[in-house]
Design a protein around this ligand. Sequence first.
Ligand SMILES: [Zn+2]
Ligand SMILES: [Zn+2]
Length: 344
Amino acid sequence: MRKTVHNLNKLYKSAFENAGKMTKFLGSYCVDHAFDFHYGHRIKIGKLFTNELYPIPLFCFKLQGIKTETFFDVYTSKNYIGYIKLYPNKEELLSFNLEVLSNLKYLIYGFNYQNELYNSEDLTQTKINIEKSKDTKFIIYADFKNLEQIFNIIEMLSVRPNKRFSMANYKCECGHYITIESYNGFCPVCGKDSTFKRKFATKCPVCGTSGLKDQYGNGECAECGWIFDSLGEERKDDVIYPNLISLNKAKKLYSEGKPFEPDLDEFIEALNCYSEMQFEYNGVYYAVEFVPNGEDEYDIELYNSKTGEAFIFKTTDDFKNNAKVEGKLLKDIWNDTTDRYWLQ
Ligand SMILES: [Zn+2]
Ligand SMILES: [Zn+2]
C-alpha cells in the first residue's frame, strides 16, 4: 500500500505541475477556466496498467466560443503528457482553422456516430466528410507531448487583453471550481454567469460613451480614459483618487480635445487627498510626500530620487511658490514635467 501511494505521488506530481502552469497561462490570456477531474482513466503504475480507474486533472474553457478540455495524464512518456478535446458544432468546425492544430496529430469524429472524419493527407476531403456527416456535434481529439503545443493553440485562438482584472476563484452551483480572469466571467462548464461578474453597463460621466464597470463601480472609459468612481461623480469639482483631476475639469479638457493632465494646483489637491505623489522632470523622478515633523504636524517633502536630496516645505503654499527642481521654480517648469501621478 505504502509503495502504491509513493508511486501515485510520483505519478501525479508532473500532472499537477503541468496543471499549475496551465492555469497561469490561461490567466495571462484572461481565459476563464474550470478545474476538474476526469474519472475513469486507467493509469500505468510501474510497467502495468492498473485495472482500477483513477481521476486525472483537467481544465475546461472556451476557445473562440468552442468548448475545450485539456487533460493532464498521470501516465506520461516522451511523446505524451495528456490530451486535448474541442467540441465544435458543424458550423464552428467548418469555419475552424485546422492549421492551428498542425503541430498536433489530431482526429476528428462525429459526436454521435463516432465516425472518423479526419484525413490528414487531405484537408479538403476532411471538409467534405464533415459537410456530409449526419452529426451536428463533433470532437477534435489530440494527444500532446508538451505544454507549448497547447499554449501555441491558445495563443493563436485568443487575444491577450491589454487590461487585466484581478482573478476570482469560486465554486459554481454546478460544482466546478472556476477561475475567472475576464471582464465578463461565466462558468465554462454550465454557462452560468459568475457571481463575480464584472460587467455592468454605465455611461462615462465625462464623454457620455457607454462603458463597463465592476461590482464596486470601478472601470475605465475606453474613449476618454476617465476612471469611473462614484465619489468623484458626486463631488464634481474635487480631485478624488483615482483620477488626478476633477470631473468638471475633465469635461472641460475633453471638450477642448486636451489630455487629462493635472496643473500644479490639482497636483497639490491630489497630494492633499492621497499624501504621496510623483512627477518626472528631465529623466529624474521626484516624490512629493507629507512627512511628520515631530510636532504632531506634517511638512511637505520634495525628494529627488536620483541624488537622494530632500527639501522640506511648511505648507502647500510654501511648496507651490518655492519648490525648485534643477534650480528652477517648479511652478515655472510644471508644463515640462511628465508622469504626474500617485506615488508608485
Ligand atoms: Zn457551472
Ligand atoms: Zn469617457
